[in-house]
Design a protein around this ligand. Structure first.
Ligand SMILES: [Zn+2]
Length: 471
């Protein structure tokens, strides 16, 4: 007998993870051209990938890598199994489903069973510039629904609640995550704000329902409360939970949001709780009703790691939140570096609610290493993590720093400058620049050789090793 998803002991969680990854990894790799190629490049065999340890043999991947390999939307991530591949890699339960469907409906039954499990039928856009298509199969939408029910329970919401969501409609994780949170928990929910609608469009809903919970983008939480305060016609006196959709705010910001809602007439004890995941994830994680103790994740629906962006190695503390979409079909992400800086991941039971799932600590910072730079050719992203890995891996480089800054005072165009010192000649620096441009994903990167390492060391001390000044 296994405990509920949020009360399992560490050993039980590991066993469930093995049960999910064992059949999922070979299917995720075998059915996608991008992952098949990456596994071949790493000298591994698809069938040998079964566990977290096997997964660690694959190098982490960033958005810029996927878009470079597979083009806009990264269609190579989509799962498109052939009949032979299904026989070779599909999970046992899927094969049994297919067999049952064939017995009942013949050839068309087989097709339907495969479509239900794998065929992408729903997409949201992920990545810093929303360039990745994150695809869901019919079965994945059931998982999204289940994750929504879990998030609602963690937030302390249930079927007696009335939710108004001011999240604007769109092909985003935020919109679909909140939509399925409402459905999954059987609460009565209204999602009144269309794409491009002003925030005030949500106000009228407060006249229709005795609203107890509000979902609103983190940056709009105070403004929505202020709009209600100004309106003589609506009341929010039953609201006791404000779900801010975005990374958990710091204490000061959280208090400001709570104050604004109290001023608008909400419950004196109104709770402000975050609901967030990187845009490439499949479902959002919630903070628990009992305390702001970090985002409560779903260990049977994903594998999370933290990677040091400067070396690409696993970090025991803070770093780049790295995501594997364990168990999800449609498309798959394996050891995907989201670019979100997080302070750590805790396996200890939550001190507030006692749930035993891993919690993401601190205030995550999305796109921490991916400044948007403007060049003569237009806007683009420079993913500075790739440069850090190249530089850290070159034995001739002794000291380095990266700076993204305007090309000249009052100019709107930017350049990425890498300053290096070490045992390098000019032709080594040219080769290094080529590798760095490929890793960063921009052609505008320049390398400057500095003769005296002390000069670079001093600038690292004063300004930091990775510095983006795009103001
Ligand atoms: Zn908790």
């Amino acid at each position: 007998m296994t405990a509920p998803w949020d009360r399992r002991r560490r050993s039980e969680q590991a066993r469930v993870e093995e049960l999910v990854l064992g059949p999922w990894l070979p299917a995720a790799v075998g059915f996608s051209s991008t992952w098949s190629q990456r596994v071949r490049d790493a000298g591994l065999s698809t069938r040998s990938l079964r566990s977290r340890e096997d997964l660690a043999l694959l190098a982490p991947t960033r958005e810029v890598d996927l878009l470079r390999d597979s083009g806009p939307g990264a269609p190579g991530l989509l799962m498109r199994p052939t009949e032979d591949q299904i026989k070779a890699h599909a999970t046992r339960s899927t094969l049994m489903d297919i067999a049952r469907s064939i017995r009942r409906e013949g050839r068309s039954g087989q097709r339907r069973a495969v479509l239900t499990e794998y065929k992408p039928i729903h997409v949201h856009r992920g990545g810093v510039d929303a360039d990745l298509a994150i695809a869901y199969s019919r079965r994945d939408l059931d998982r999204l629904h289940r994750a929504g029910a879990r998030a609602a329970a963690v937030l302390g919401l249930d079927d007696t609640d009335y939710l108004v969501s001011a999240v604007p409609a769109g092909p985003t994780l935020e919109w679909w995550g909140v939509y399925h949170l409402g459905l999954g928990s059987s609460m009565l929910a209204l999602h009144p704000r269309g794409a491009g609608d002003p925030l005030a469009r949500a106000i009228a809903s407060f006249r229709l329902l005795p609203v107890t919970a509000v979902a609103v983008l983190a940056g709009e939480a105070v403004e929505l409360a202020a709009t209600i305060t100004e309106s003589a016609e609506v009341s929010c006196d039953r609201v006791d939970t404000v779900v801010v959709v975005g990374p958990p705010p710091d204490a000061e910001r959280r208090a400001a949001i709570a104050d604004a809602w109290r001023a608008a007439g909400a419950n004196r004890d109104v709770r402000v709780r975050a609901l967030w995941a990187p845009s490439e994830a499949r479902a959002m994680w919630a903070e628990c009703a009992e305390g702001g103790t970090g985002l409560h994740t779903y260990p049977d629906m994903e594998v999370l790691e933290i990677i040091d962006p400067q070396t690409g190695a696993t970090s025991p503390s803070d770093g780049d939140l790295t995501y594997t979409s364990a168990g999800w079909h449609g498309s798959a992400l394996l050891r995907y570096q989201t670019g979100a800086y997080v302070e750590g991941l805790s396996d200890d039971a939550c001190p507030a609610c006692g749930r035993t799932v891993p919690r993401i600590l601190g205030e995550p910072l999305p796109a921490a290493w991916q400044p948007a730079i403007t060049t003569e050719a237009g806007g683009e992203r420079a993913d500075l993590r790739g440069a850090a890995v190249v530089l850290a891996g070159d034995p001739a480089v002794e000291v380095w720093r990266i700076e993204a800054s305007p090309t000249a005072p009052r100019r709107r165009t930017h350049r990425v400058l890498v300053e290096v010192a070490g045992r390098l000649a000019q032709e080594d620096a040219d080769g290094l620049a080529r590798r760095l441009r490929a890793a960063v994903g921009t052609e505008t990167l320049e390398v400057e050789l500095i003769a005296d390492p002390v000069v670079v060391e001093r600038r690292v001390e004063e300004l930091g090793s990775v510095f983006a000044d795009l103001t």
